[in-house]
Design a protein around this ligand. Sequence first.
Ligand SMILES: Cc1cc2nc3c(=O)[nH]c(=O)nc-3n(C[C@H](O)[C@H](O)[C@H](O)COP(=O)(O)OP(=O)(O)OC[C@H]3O[C@@H](n4cnc5c(N)ncnc54)[C@H](O)[C@@H]3O)c2cc1C
Length: 285
Amino acid sequence: MEIEKNISLAEFSTLRVGGAADFFARVTNLAELKFALEFATSKNLPVFVFGGGSNILFADAGFRGLIIHNEIRGIAFDDNCVKVGAGESLANLIVAAAAKNLAGLESFAGIPGSVGGAVVGNANGIGGKVARVTILENGAVEILEKNSLEFKYRDSNLRAKILVEVEFALEKSSENLAEKIQKIVLEKVAKQPFANTAGSWFKNPAGESAWKLIETVGCRGLQIGGARVSEKHANFFENAGGATAADFLTLEKIVAEAVKAKFGIELEREVVAVGSSKSQNPNFK
Ligand SMILES: Cc1cc2nc3c(=O)[nH]c(=O)nc-3n(C[C@H](O)[C@H](O)[C@H](O)COP(=O)(O)OP(=O)(O)OC[C@H]3O[C@@H](n4cnc5c(N)ncnc54)[C@H](O)[C@@H]3O)c2cc1C
């Protein structure tokens, strides 16, 4: 595997924003992941690992370190369990499980991105279906069982880890799972924009819907530079063309200030903003 240099991050993020990474590795197996991390350690570089790039805002300045694109894929069924590479597309996993009449993942249909990204961010509570995860830490493979995993709203204790594989516990079902999946996806497409967004920009504050707060303060459709609050869903920000990360952060600030002024509520960003040197590499000093 080659460590590439000076790779534009914009094409890897669904927001289509971001400067160049000094170093970039596409890892398809554990050995490549280890190699990439050793490379970063030998050069004392910060590391950031991502999957589908559907919940990320890369910085306009790019990244002064090594960005790792997790492309570790593969789906293996064993009775009612399924082991899946963290870089596998969540959509592929959901369809494969349905084809085996295994239920439990259908409600996550329509969430873009990888299995690793979904589990780390506990997308729609997917953590509840996880039996164990395999991580790589300090060059060693470790298995974390369910009882050591903590999932909360759009978060987990896996944020600073590097996920390699996830095992889900599913249940046999006689339902028409393919039909259920199709219905969920169609409902989602009707309510949300899909292109050039990163999903919900803010987390929902306790007992509130971020989109309702944003709509009430009149920010639906607001545009700063190329970044716009979606007309279709007021908690989705989208790249209307030529947006920069700075445009998104300015838009975020204006929207958050308007909500704070009217409701006294501080909105918290859900999308992960990757600075120019955020590190997931414990060996980085
Ligand atoms: C149209 C649209 C609809 C969406 N709907 C939903 C929704 O209904 N519910 C929801 O929760 N989200 C939703 N999202 C947001 C996003 O799709 C999810 O959060 C998704 O699970 C992110 O997965 P990803 O692989 O793209 O993560 P990325 O964007 O690649 O990464 C997100 C975070 O996960 C970390 N990460 C990714 N892979 C690994 C790994 N292998 N090891 C360690 N860390 C890793 C990254 O470091 C980063 O911090 C939506 C997004 C879009 C564009």
